[in-house]
Design a protein around this ligand. Structure first.
Ligand code: ZN
Length: 42
């Protein structure tokens, strides 16, 4: 598997506070996913 410079990343953003929860290397393209971070789920 080849890795190119500037690998595409999926970003998971908290839908409550807009904080980036996680970035995941992805070969499927750049996506923004929404979730809830630990602080906001309490
Ligand atoms: Zn949050």
């Amino acid at each position: 598997m080849q890795q190119k410079m500037g690998a595409k990343q999926e970003t998971i953003v908290c839908q409550v506070c807009d904080k980036v929860i996680e970035t995941i290397d992805s070969c499927e393209g750049v996506k923004t996913l929404y979730g809830v971070c630990k602080d906001c789920s309490q």
